[in-house]
Design a protein around this ligand. Structure first.
Ligand code: 5GP
Length: 206
C-alpha cells in the first residue's frame, strides 16, 4: 500500500484549538511531521524562533518568496505567513504524513498544486464558543480579537473547500477523530493506483 506520506492541510478559525490538536497528535503518533512556517508577525510570549515559527523581517520574507523557497504564502491580519518547501518535500519522501497548519488562502493554493492533499477544517461547536476561547487565551487585545472574529466570518465562507470538518469539543476525542480520518485516507483508491496495478498483474499470473 501507499508508502508515500500524505500532505495534510489543517485550517480552522483562530481559537478553534487546532494548534493544541496538532501538538497532541504529534505526541501520540510517530507518523506525523509538522511543518514550521515562516512569518513576519511578532513572536507571542513563550514562542521560540524555529519552534512555533521562523520569525522573519518583511525583507527576509520577500527574499524567500523571490527565491521560491515557499510552497505557498499568504497575508493574514497584516502579516505574511508561508510554508518552507524543503522540509515538506523531505518528510513526504521519508513516508511521513506532513501537516501544514495554515489558513484558507494557503489551503486553496496547496489544493491547486497538490490535488491529492487532504484538507481538514477544525471548528469549535459554535461561534459563541469561539469568541469565549479567544478571550480566555488572553494573548490578544480586544481589537485583534474583533479582527479575528471578522476574519473567522470570512474564513467560514471557504469551509466548503475542505474535505472534512473536525468539531473540537472534547480535545481527546477530536485528536482521535483526526488520526482516524488520516488513517482511512491512506487506503483511498486514488492514493493506491500502483497497488491496484500490482494485484491485477499478480492475478493474471504475470
Ligand atoms: P497565528 O498568528 O495565530 O499564529 O496564525 C494566524 C493564521 O496564519 C492561522 O490561521 C495560521 O493557521 C495561519 N498560518 C500559519 N502559518 C501559515 C503558512 O505558512 N501559510 C499560510 N497560508 N497560513 C499560515
Amino acid at each position: 500500500m501507499n508508502l508515500q506520506g500524505i500532505l495534510i492541510v489543517v485550517s480552522g478559525f483562530s481559537g478553534s484549538g487546532k494548534g493544541t490538536i496538532m501538538k497532541e497528535l504529534l505526541k501520540r503518533y510517530d507518523n506525523y511531521a509538522l511543518s514550521v512556517s515562516a512569518t513576519t508577525r511578532q513572536p507571542r510570549e513563550g514562542e521560540a524562533d524555529g519552534r512555533e515559527y521562523f520569525f522573519k523581517t518583511r525583507e527576509e520574507f520577500e527574499k524567500m518568496i523571490a527565491e521560491e523557497e515557499l510552497i505557498e504564502y499568504a497575508r493574514y491580519v497584516n502579516n505574511y505567513y508561508g510554508t518552507p518547501k524543503a522540509y515538506v518535500e523531505e518528510q513526504l519522501a521519508a513516508g511521513k504524513d506532513v501537516i501544514l497548519e495554515i489558513e484558507l488562502q494557503g489551503a486553496l493554493k496547496i489544493k491547486e498544486k497538490f490535488p491529492e492533499a487532504l484538507l481538514l477544517f477544525v471548528t469549535p461547536p459554535s461561534a459563541a464558543e469561539l469568541k469565549r476561547r479567544l478571550v480566555n487565551r488572553g494573548t490578544e487585545t480586544a481589537e485583534v480579537i474583533e479582527q479575528r472574529m471578522k476574519r473567522a466570518e470570512q474564513e467560514a465562507e471557504g469551509m466548503e473547500s475542505y474535505d472534512y470538518y473536525v468539531v473540537n469539543d472534547v480535545l481527546d476525542a477530536c485528536v482521535e477523530d483526526v488520526h482516524r480520518i488520516i488513517c482511512a485516507e491512506h487506503g483511498r483508491s486514488m492514493r493506491n493506483r500502483e497497488f491496484a496495478e500490482q494485484i491485477k498483474s499478480e492475478l493474471k499470473g504475470e
